[in-house]
Each structure stands twice: as C-alpha cells, then as structure tokens.
Write a protein that binds this ligand. Structure first.
Ligand code: ADP
Length: 391
C-alpha cells in the first residue's frame, strides 16, 4: 500500500511517500515560503537519488505546491513507478479538533471539529484545512486520515492535565492541557529504550515531554500551542494578568494577542530573528539582547527538565530533537552544563562534533544525553496504515 504523509506548516509543506508496511521511503519533498514569489521547492527520489531544487518559485497557495509535488511524482526523471502513484491514503500530522484526540478519517464531522478550534490553533488548523480540502480534490480516491498531535498525551494523568480553574470549565469547554508534538515525542519513545525519558523537541515550536515506560506522563504544552517554553516567535508561559494590565494601558486585545503569537519568543526578546542561527550569530557579535534570548530559552527548558525529573522520580535519558535540538550545540551546552548535579554529564567535545544524531553524554554520565533526528512522518505513516486497515 502506498501512503503519502503530508506535514503542513504555516508557510511550508512537506511530503513523504511510503510503501507500507515495509516502511520504504520512495520520495520526499519540501516547499518553503508557500504564499510567496520566492518559494523554495525541493524534491528527491530516494531510489534513483535524483534531486530537484528550485529557488524563487511562485507558489501562491497550497494547491499550487501540492500540484507541483504531484507532477514531480508522475512526470520526468524523478517520477516514481506506476504502481506507487496509486496513493491509497494521505496521512496528515493534524494538530487538534474539538473532541477528537486519536487517529481519524477526515470526514466532514472531523473537519468541522477542526474548524471549531480555529481560534485555539489559527497558525496550524487553517493551513491544514486548506491542504486537506485541496488533496480531496486532486486525489478523490484516497482516504484522508488525521493523526492528531494530541493523541500521544492521552496517558497524562488528570491531575497533571487539569488547570486550577473552575472544574466546570473543564467539563463544559474541555479546558485542559492538550499537549502537542505527539508524533515527534512518540517517535522518541519508540527509538530510545531507557525507562524515564525527557524528550526536548526544539524547533519553530518547542515542547518537552516526560515519558515513562513508553508513555507520555507530562508535557510543557497546554490548552493551546501558545504555552510552555518559548517558541520561535510565540511567547510560551506568561502571567495571564499581563493582558488586562496592558489593555488598561491602552493596547487593544487584538494587538496583545498578535504580539504574543507573532512577536514573542526568540524574536520578541532578541529583536533579531525567530531563527536561532541568526540570533546566535548576533550574540557572537556582541548583541546583548540576542544573548539574553538564548539564555532565557535555555533557562525555561531547564525549569521544565527540573520539574519533569521530579515527576519521573529520576532520569535515564535526556533527548534533543527538532531543528534546534539537532543542530544547536550552543543551546544543548547551555542546558546540560548546569544539570551535572542531576547526573546529566555532557561530553563537550562530542556535543560540538554532533551533527544531528548521536550520544553526547560523558561515558560515566548516569543520564544518557542523546540527539535524535526527528522523524514525525514515519509515525503518521504507520498510524494511517492501521487506520486504512481498520485497526
Ligand atoms: P519546525 O518546528 O518549523 O518544523 P524545525 O524543527 O525544522 O522547524 O526547526 C527550525 C529551526 O531550527 C530554525 O528556525 C532554526 O532556529 C533552527 N536551526 C536549524 N539549524 C540550526 C543550526 N545549525 N543552529 C541553530 N539553530 C538551527
């Protein structure tokens, strides 16, 4: 069975075509800056090794990106064999839908539940709804499946999920910690064999997950994706009373919420960029706010590691994944060095040399420190396959 996995970002599209259940990857594609005239298109056929890269493409909307990918799939030297073009299902790494937490066929009822939570996850649900609609048109015979990011966190005990707010809000509105990045953290739970794990997914969005015996037992994410540790340009945890205070100072609610969602996090504090590479470069050149932003991010992560360590009753493995987790040895060092007293002993040389994957703890470190390349798509492919088979 051929399954296409689609990962839709606020301005990006990623695809991987798998043959299942062999888990054979046939081709992959990444489109950045969707919605612009300088989009970047990348496609690779894994069998032949043929790569296609185009800069400055005009890709005004998701449907243009989807069509471009489908034509690479079917035409020219990078095309996949005839039988692989009969895509039976498209699996989406969907974020959240009211009342749906697991793996679901994307029926009109589920799509409506995603629309109901547009206000909670505007940067994620809106592009997914658009991309799913487009795929339904271009691949009418394929089953559309949503693997919701909240699914892996269903095992978190209620006393950790519930907020200390009126209980009726939980009952009536479903207000509780949802947890996201489920595909990434569940991949880590499968790859890493240790019993007590803290998984740090650090990328454009950042979250930590406490994992015990393969199950999620706590997460830094809350009801929405705005919470937890700081993100590229979203604020993360902050005192909710800052909002009425700022309103009283003359800011509108829309201005405040826009700033929290778009001008917080690394960008907001550094004033430089939402990309850690640029923030690190500025800090190296003496920019104090850039340095502050990196230290703030490291400290926020340490704070969650400390509380998850206590909840897990100790730690066997600390894992870094995601674009930042895999690539920023500076941030990993800033996080790990202060944790030596907890048995997290970094091998500084191994950390500097690590390129996206490997062990970076000292040989006598009681806690293993691992860098694992994120592979969210394989989990989505497996669960989509099970859904098609009706399991
Ligand atoms: P997303 O969460 O949007 O899928 P990724 O997981 O791909 O994003 O992470 C992207 C981020 O990773 C970039 O914005 C950048 O901050 C960070 N990053 C990538 N490479 C490096 C690097 N070499 N050093 C520091 N940060 C990096």
């Amino acid at each position: 069975m051929y399954i296409l996995v689609s990962n839709v970002g606020s301005t990006s599209l990623k695809f991987k075509l798998f043959e299942m259940p062999q888990e054979r990857l046939l081709c992959e594609s990444k489109i950045e800056r969707v919605g612009s005239d300088d989009a970047i298109y990348y496609y690779k056929n894994m069998e032949s090794g043929l790569e296609e890269r185009k800069n400055d493409c005009s890709i005004p909307c998701y449907s243009d990106g989807i069509r471009m990918f489908l034509s690479s799939l079917t035409e020219g030297e990078g095309a996949v064999p005839e039988e692989a073009r009969k895509i039976e299902a498209v699996g989406f790494k969907t974020v959240l839908a009211k009342g749906f937490y697991g793996v679901h066929e994307l029926t009109e009822q589920v799509l409506e539940a995603m629309r109901e939570y547009l206000f909670v996850a505007p940067a994620h649900n809106a592009p997914y709804l658009e991309a799913i609609g487009q795929f339904k048109q271009v691949l009418p015979g394929a089953k559309m499946v949503g693997v919701f990011e909240t699914a892996f966190h269903k095992t978190i005990p209620l006393e950790r999920r519930i907020y200390s707010l009126p209980y009726e809000w939980y009952e009536k509105y479903g207000i509780m910690r949802m947890g996201y990045h489920g595909s990434s953290h569940s991949y880590i739970a499968k790859q890493v064999k240790e019993r007590r794990i803290i998984s740090c997914h650090l990328g454009g969005s950042c979250s930590l997950c406490a994992i015990k015996d393969g199950q999620s037992v706590d997460t830094s994410f809350g009801f929405s994706l705005q919470t937890g540790i700081p993100h590229a340009n979203r604020a993360g945890d902050f005192d909710p009373y800052i909002i009425p205070f700022l309103k009283n100072e003359g800011l509108t609610e829309e201005e405040i919420l826009q700033a929290v969602a778009k001008n917080g996090g690394l960008l907001g504090v550094s004033g430089v960029s939402n990309d850690l590479r640029k923030v690190q470069e500025a800090a190296e050149n003496g920019n104090k706010r850039a340095e502050l932003a990196i230290d703030m991010l490291a400290v926020s992560i340490i704070r969650y590691i400390g509380s998850f360590y206590a909840e897990l009753g100790g730690l066997d493995a600390l894992v870094f994944t995601g674009g930042i987790g895999e690539n920023s040895n500076l941030l990993r060092e800033k996080i790990c060095l202060p944790l030596a007293h907890m048995g997290v002993v970094l091998d500084r040389e191994a950390n500097k040399m690590c390129r996206g994957h490997g062990m970076i703890s000292a040989t006598d470190s009681p806690v293993k420190i691992l860098v694992v390349a994120a592979n969210e798509e394989i989990g989505v492919a497996r669960q989509t396959y099970d859904c098609v088979l009706g399991q």
